[in-house]
Design a binder for this molecule. Structure first.
Ligand code: ITT
Length: 203
């Protein structure tokens, strides 16, 4: 079984996290940033899973290679689940997105600032046209200010009570152990090693 995998993302924060978990097990990794060709993918579904599948299929079919895609987001209860599936489009860059989030939560007290990160990670096999889905979630709160220099996206304002720290104050390995994406990708890794590779190599 070929252990070459493409990670279908333009987000280098995601690439770093996924690579850290899987790199020792797979031969070659690419991200969309490594291809000269610009591949346009319009994420137009209100459902994470459909967007993740769209990314995985487009890249997997284009390059004929097993592909991992992640669609994720931050769901804030006081904002009825926003920004959710639109998390990457909540502003022009991470800074603007965080600014908007903090503005919208002005006056909302600690206990009502509950939120969660969710990730849907897809492993797509173009030769079979089939895929597996892995889900991960991380519960926490939206803080009142930015803290920490690690991670990406909304990490500086995501407070985790168990650690009494913001996610951006936690190093990559530690984040991977508890995060939405980390949980989904570790589940994918276990599946590939315990099940998928065994089955495909015995054929
Ligand atoms: P690709 O589609 O190319 O993978 P993207 O950043 O556009 O990259 P998404 O559409 O899945 O990815 O958007 C997810 C957004 O949710 C992401 O851009 C961040 O703003 C936020 N997000 C997801 N996981 C996060 C994490 O671990 N830490 C901080 N923010 C995160």
């Amino acid at each position: 079984m070929d252990r070459k995998v493409i990670i279908a993302t333009e987000n280098l924060g995601k690439v770093n996290e996924i690579k850290k978990i899987l790199a020792d097990e797979f031969d070659i990794f690419y991200s969309l940033k490594d291809f000269k060709e610009k591949i346009e993918i319009v994420e137009d579904s209100p459902f994470y899973i459909e967007n993740a599948l769209k990314k995985a299929r487009k890249i997997g079919n284009r390059f004929g290679c097993n592909t991992i895609a992640d669609d994720s987001g931050l769901e804030v209860d006081a904002l009825d689940g926003r920004p959710g599936v639109y998390s990457s489009r909540y502003g022009r860059d991470d800074n603007e997105r965080i600014e908007r989030l903090l503005d919208e939560l002005k006056g909302v007290p600690c206990e009502k600032r509950t939120a969660r990160f969710v990730a849907y990670v897809i492993f797509y096999m173009p030769d079979k046209g089939s895929f597996y889905v892995f889900y991960g979630q991380l519960d926490g709160y939206i803080g009142f200010e930015r803290k920490g220099g690690h991670g990406f996206g909304y990490d500086p304002v995501f407070y985790i009570p168990e650690f009494d720290r913001h996610l951006a104050e936690i190093e990559l390995d530690e984040k991977n152990k508890i995060s939405h994406r980390g949980r989904a990708v570790y589940a994918l890794k276990s599946f590939l090693n315990a099940d998928f590779f065994k089955r495909t190599s015995s054929k």
